[in-house]
Design a protein around this ligand. Structure first.
Ligand SMILES: Cc1ncc(COP(=O)(O)O)c(C=O)c1O
Length: 413
């Protein structure tokens, strides 16, 4: 058996992982053409055609709506802006509660604060790392205005169930679909099952414009509110005659024409990019299956996982090695993994400084995933080939085969 790199052996992978570059000739040409047009933004924050932005933004929205089979797509300059706009469009106000998971990027859970709302943390289920529907049900009160479900790592939350629950209770379901473009639940695209979906186009995502985002909805009234919030809506409320939105504050969440041009080129390639990442994710799962204590990502029946990340569940008792030691051994072999994604968000100072709370239950699954079980690999972060994926899988096996030695040497150290 070869020596572990951690103990002086030759690393399994000796070349550092390169950053995944999805930008090519089409994007370059689209940007040049837009530059030459002289129109870098078409927005005007007043009644008139400029309210909806320039030609590239509008084309991106039309194509996005076509691709995702949705009535309205509203381009914004980040998913963070999109989440803020979504809660504003839902009418979240002071004291209104918004149910959020604690295992997500911070923007999901700070969004309610923008309107004086209260984030209410509800635990995730261990299989998908997404909201636990029964816990959500228990957490709804007469102050609940919305639920934000995150389709984490590229896998759908239990969206149809959450939408039915939201409709039954007269509240909104917002999907934070930043990590899951083209994922599906029962054949329906994520980002289109909630009342509003929010996509990210930041540089880490499957398709990107550097910074950017898209909100989606089938509701014309919500689409108008999203547009008013995106673009100085206070100047347009009278023009659009929205009596229920007199107090709406418009921001500047406008995407530039250059970014929209890149977005259009990327959207053309979205299927190809997502199919490839999905196949690499499944290949890694197959390569790592069958090792007791290592559970590759599970895909719920009827769902498509698009593998923004590849989240493994690690059982330290079954393997006999603490997660941190396993990760150290993998890193020494040249495989960059992360342990535990983000700390449960309620630990951040802002959630103590401002009003937030848990639902009726604590979040033990989130705590366990963060502290002990979850190991992530950034499928969308790196240039990857099937060969490299196979090498990563081989490395998992190598560390696994050395687990007794690893445990002994770790205990002695
Ligand atoms: C789940 C989730 N929500 C929101 C965001 C924020 O996206 P953006 O950087 O486009 O504002 C991200 C980005 O990392 C994310 O992963």
């Amino acid at each position: 058996m070869s020596t572990l790199a951690l103990f002086g052996g030759k690393p399994e992978i000796s070349v550092p992982f390169a950053t995944y570059n999805r930008i090519g000739t089409t994007e370059r040409e689209a940007v040049l053409e837009t530059l030459e047009s002289g129109i870098l933004s078409g927005y005007v924050g007043a009644p008139g055609p400029g309210f909806n932005g320039g030609p590239k933004v509008q084309e991106l929205e039309a194509r996005w709506a076509d691709t995702f089979h949705i009535s309205h797509a509203v381009a914004v300059n980040s998913a963070t802006s999109g989440l803020f706009a979504a809660l504003g469009a839902c009418g979240v106000g002071p004291g209104d509660e918004v149910i959020v998971p604690p295992y997500t990027m911070s923007a999901t859970a700070v969004a309610p604060f923008v309107y004086g709302g209260v984030p209410v943390f509800v635990d995730i289920e261990p299989e998908s790392f997404c909201l636990d529907v029964e816990r959500v049900r228990d957490a709804i009160t007469n102050r609940t205005k919305a639920i934000i479900a995150v389709n984490l790592f590229g896998h759908p939350a239990r969206l149809a169930e959450l939408r039915a629950l939201a409709d039954a209770r007269g509240i909104y379901l917002v999907e934070d679909n930043s990590q899951a473009p083209l994922a599906t639940e029962n054949g329906v695209f994520t980002g289109t099952i909630g009342h509003i979906g929010v996509f990210s186009l930041n540089r880490h995502k499957h398709i990107q414009t550097g910074e950017g985002g898209i909100c989606t909805t089938n509701d014309g009234d919500l689409a108008l509110r999203l547009k008013l919030i995106r673009n100085h809506g206070e100047n347009l409320i009278e023009h659009h005659n929205v009596p229920t939105a007199q107090d709406l504050i418009g921001f500047n969440y406008r995407l530039t024409e250059l970014s929209a041009a890149v977005g259009l080129a990327q959207l053309e390639r979205a299927t190809e990019i997502v199919d490839e990442r999905e196949a690499l994710g499944h290949r890694l799962s197959a390569g790592v299956s069958g090792l007791p204590g290592l559970t590759p990502p599970q895909v719920r029946t009827g769902c498509r996982h698009t593998f923004y990340a590849w989240p493994l569940r690690y059982d330290a008792d079954a393997v006999g090695v603490p997660r941190s030691v396993f990760l150290r051994a993998m890193a020494a072999e040249g495989v960059p993994l992360d342990g535990g994604y983000v700390a449960p968000l309620y630990r951040l100072p802002i959630f103590k400084a401002r009003k937030s709370r848990h639902g009726p239950h604590e979040c033990p699954v989130t705590e366990r995933m963060h502290e002990h079980e979850e190991i992530g690999f950034g499928i969308c972060a790196f240039e990857l080939s099937e060969t490299l994926i196979d090498q990563i899988a081989t490395t998992f096996h190598k560390i696994y085969e050395h687990r007794i030695e690893l445990a002994e040497r770790y205990t002695r150290a």
